[in-house]
Ligand binder design. Structure first.
Ligand code: TYD
Length: 203
């Protein structure tokens, strides 16, 4: 991407791993260090993101290819309207999910993960991908007991097991795996360590 000056840090992992808590902790930390931070997420709140949220309760509303297209269209808009402009301004962008979620979740739904990566080549490569890891059983327990939610159509155990295997298979050099089952403070410290290494290495 031309004129890119900022940093793109994305959080990935199966549902229930505590991504949103960790993102807000990291945003607080970085803001305290004087960085300009943009926190964002996928699916977005835009038109495609809203359609995607309807699928949470009824995944039969579209077939696997249509579902994949919705996520990719949502991301294209997200990149053009939020991520790329913020990177051009030199900001640190923290995104809750990115194209690895598409490769893992839609990959687990029958699409080819390599094709999915190719279809996302318009999206800037992250500087760091923090993959929050946890046993699938524990993540589902968290969704049910701690969030008080029933797992939705994207959160069944068997499905998440396949998603988790795909996340485990990704070997991009900018991926750092963070064990997310320990206490939140320890997870935050591990994340900050990785982010500091990135920022010190590139400034
Ligand atoms: P989640 O981060 O849980 O957002 P919300 O706060 O809206 O529940 O993501 C919603 C679900 O969307 C999650 O189960 C993963 C799924 N998802 C995909 O299947 N493909 C994708 O490309 C993305 C970004 C998310």
């Amino acid at each position: 991407m031309k004129d890119r000056r900022g940093h793109l840090i994305v959080f990935e992992g199966i549902d229930g791993t505590g991504k949103s808590t960790q993102i807000s902790e990291l945003a607080k930390y970085l803001t305290g260090q004087g960085y300009e931070v943009v926190t964002t997420r996928e699916p977005t709140d835009g038109p495609y993101g809203q359609k995607i949220r309807q699928l949470y309760t009824d995944r039969t509303l579209c077939d696997a290819k249509e579902e994949l297209d919705l996520f990719i269209n949502d991301r294209r808009q997200h990149v053009n309207e939020v991520i790329a402009p913020a990177l051009r301004k030199g900001k640190i962008v923290l995104s809750d999910r990115y194209y690895f979620s598409t490769a893992a979740y839609q990959g687990a739904n029958g699409c080819d993960p390599d094709e999915i990566f190719k279809a996302n080549s318009f999206a800037p490569q992250p500087d760091l991908m923090l993959l929050l890891t946890m046993d699938v059983e524990q993540s589902v327990y968290r969704i049910k007991k701690l969030r008080g939610d029933e797992p939705d159509h994207f959160e069944g155990v068997e499905y998440l097991r396949k998603v988790s295997v795909l996340f485990d298979s990704f070997t991009h050099p900018f991926i750092k795996r963070i064990a997310a089952a320990s206490v939140p403070d320890k997870v935050s410290s591990a994340i900050i360590r990785e982010v500091e290494l990135l920022l010190r290495g590139t400034e």
